[in-house]
Design a binder for this molecule. Structure first.
Ligand code: MN
Length: 631
């Protein structure tokens, strides 16, 4: 009797709680139409202070790097004095009176900083910057930085570089990414497809279609006389990447430069079983969808700059796909729907809500910041990516709508692309590491759910859970395509386990795999140009070194790319498997959680071991996977 009463009081309370939550968390479909996002960011969803600390640290590094790069780096002392004089001047000119006391102190610390470099921890400087953010808000802080940077001697807007060395000078304080050394090599280029920033494009093919008529001669020039297209296809060793989805995209401009997007294709192949190295090789690239003299097939045996040009064209397409589709749409926006639905439909103490919420920390905040500034007109995406901002948004929306929930399950994704066979594609670090992490998460989810759902019937009878599933899928709700089982809703425990595994995996591992290479690989513009600056039709003539350099981002754009992507790839806030202390009130969870954490340590050891035997791939080391999407 008492227990019954207690239960009905709890359910009444949680019902009231839900009503409140539904007022706080409302869907909006016009921020990035027609994607389901939160209307206004609810209080309590803001970034935690610890996150701001990490952000400030990195902003400081980027700020100093920009100051030194743009004032000329001729001997530490000269630069130091010059920068101090320069900052004082701006403070006067801009009349930044409200922030002046903080900035005055920053300036006092600056000489010390410039002398000692990045190795020192500048806690006082970071605290000052943080207090500036707290006092005047993030936007005011960013405005201030932007105004200071605006006074710098910029690399000339839109100017083509004379050599690659000029890009390296953009990194006087921030370490030059390793990719700067070897991005032009064909091995590194091919390795990007299996262990790069967007290792999600390879598709096994059984034959080439008429759009891409690579000849056996071209194939054999790369793979050897003993191999052939037919043989490779038969053995499942032939792979295509195709950016046809980018065809017809509208080319953007910023500020004045014409930018270009391309819809190229590339053929890759795995060497035969008896070969000593079975690393994927690049066979050919075609820079557009229709074959012909305007659009020649390029190979590693084409003239040097023609081949570099073709590889850069493919990378521009890949980078645009990566940011709009793989990163923004298929991690940030994909998870965002579930954050809102979970708050609206599950009481806080519901076991599924308890399990999911730590994986949602900071997600609405970063998505809100993205739609307000990053992907707004005039924002970073507008400036740096190839297309117009509207076109980039459309691409993201297409990317999301074509990512059906049930097909997004990792084993299914690999199967659909035909890359799940370790015999025909033996070296695929993303696949192999991701599966380890996926399986660990799945065991944890399965162990945890078995505490609350002894049977399929228990799943079917959980009305809150069913309402959650219904809203996640609904047009008036989260609009997640193809969510739920064939007969609607969630009928089985097995499906619930898969569904929660996918949500947690996407919020943690999948996001880490596409987010953090932004710093190590993508911040160096010549290796990964976010846009091209000449049309691909240039290829019909002989390509010179200057033609190749003209395709790459001008220095000012390269610096913007560095500043944005270094920041986005530097914030590691929270960590997979580390739930807040006493987060789970049910004591039975403790041992299950310990098992999950032990499992992740084991995955860490296996991946570290693998990295001794392959070119390193570190993005799915559990120690480098945050618990949630928050950057
Ligand atoms: Mn991100």
């Amino acid at each position: 009797m008492l227990a019954q009463l207690k239960q009905s009081v709890t359910s009444l309370l949680s019902h009231g709680g839900l009503k409140q939550a539904q007022e706080k968390y409302q869907f909006n479909y016009t921020h990035i139409p027609p994607v389901a996002m939160v209307d206004t960011l609810p209080e309590g969803e803001n970034f935690p202070l610890g996150w701001y600390r990490l952000l400030v640290k990195q902003l400081r590094v980027i700020f100093i790097n920009t100051l030194v790069a743009n004032r000329g780096n001729q001997g530490a002392k000269d630069v130091r004095d010059d920068i101090i004089r320069f900052l004082i001047e701006i403070l006067r000119k801009e009349g930044l009176s409200t922030q002046i006391s903080v900035l005055a102190r920053v300036l006092q610390i600056m000489p010390q900083f410039l002398l000692q470099g990045l190795s020192k921890d500048f806690e006082e400087l970071d605290e000052l910057l943080l207090s500036l953010i707290k006092k005047s808000g993030m936007t005011a802080f960013k405005d201030l930085l932007a105004r200071v940077i605006a006074h710098l001697q910029h690399p000339q807007a839109g100017a083509t570089v004379a050599n690659l060395e000029e890009y390296n000078k953009l990194f006087p304080v921030i370490e030059l990414p390793r990719i700067a050394q070897d991005f032009q090599s064909d091995e590194v280029f091919a390795y990007m497809q299996v262990a790069g920033y967007n290792p999600l494009m390879l598709q096994r093919i059984s034959t080439l279609d008429r759009r891409f008529p690579v000849s056996d001669k071209q194939f054999q020039a790369v793979m050897g006389k003993q191999d052939s297209l037919a043989q490779a296809a038969k053995e499942g060793r032939l792979y295509l990447v195709d950016y046809g989805i980018l065809q017809g995209a509208l080319n953007g401009t910023f500020p004045k430069e014409q930018k270009y997007l391309y819809a190229p294709m590339a053929l890759f192949a795995v060497p035969q079983a008896q070969e000593s190295s079975r690393l994927l090789r690049v066979v050919a690239i075609q820079c557009d969808q229709e074959p012909g003299p305007e659009n020649p097939i390029c190979t590693p045996h084409s003239p040097q700059y023609t081949w570099l040009f073709a590889k850069a064209v493919l990378t521009v397409a890949d980078a645009n796909f990566h940011e709009a589709v793989s990163h923004l749409a298929r991690t940030h926006l994909f998870v965002g729907s579930f954050v809102v639905t979970t708050h609206r439909q599950l009481p806080d103490e519901h076991p599924v809500s308890l399990l999911l919420r730590p994986h949602f920390e900071g997600t609405l905040a970063i998505n809100d910041a993205a739609q307000k500034s990053l992907i707004a007109s005039g924002g970073g995406v507008n400036r740096l990516l190839s297309s117009t901002i509207d076109n980039s948004r459309v691409l993201a929306v297409k990317g999301l709508q074509t990512y059906g929930f049930n097909a997004a399950m990792l084993p299914k994704q690999l199967e659909l692309r035909g890359v799940d066979d370790t015999e025909s594609l033996p070296i695929y670090p993303y696949r192999d590491d991701a599966l380890l992490v996926w399986n660990s998460i799945k065991s944890w989810v399965s162990d945890y759910l078995s505490l609350y759902y002894p049977s399929d019937a228990a799943v079917q009878n959980d009305t809150a859970l069913q309402a959650w599933a219904q809203e996640a899928h609904s047009q008036e709700g989260g609009r997640v395509p193809d969510f739920g089982e064939a007969n609607g809703g969630i009928q089985t425990l097995a499906y619930l386990i898969d569904a929660l595994t996918l949500i947690i995996f996407t919020a943690s591992a999948q996001h880490a795999a596409v987010n953090f290479p932004q710093k190590d690989i993508m911040s160096y513009a010549p290796a990964v140009p976010l846009a091209g600056y000449v049309p691909a039709s240039a290829l019909k003539a002989q390509i010179s070194e200057q033609d190749y350099l003209a395709l790459l981002p001008p220095l000012d754009q390269a610096q913007r790319q560095l500043n944005l992507l270094d920041l986005l790839g530097s914030i590691y806030y929270n960590r997979l498997g580390q739930y807040p202390k006493d987060h789970f009130p049910d004591r039975r969870v403790n041992t299950l959680l310990q098992k999950f954490q032990a499992d992740l340590l084991q995955v860490e050891a296996i991946i570290s071991q693998r990295n001794l035997e392959r070119p390193a791939y570190e993005y799915l080391l559990p120690s480098k996977i945050p618990q949630s999407i928050n950057i």
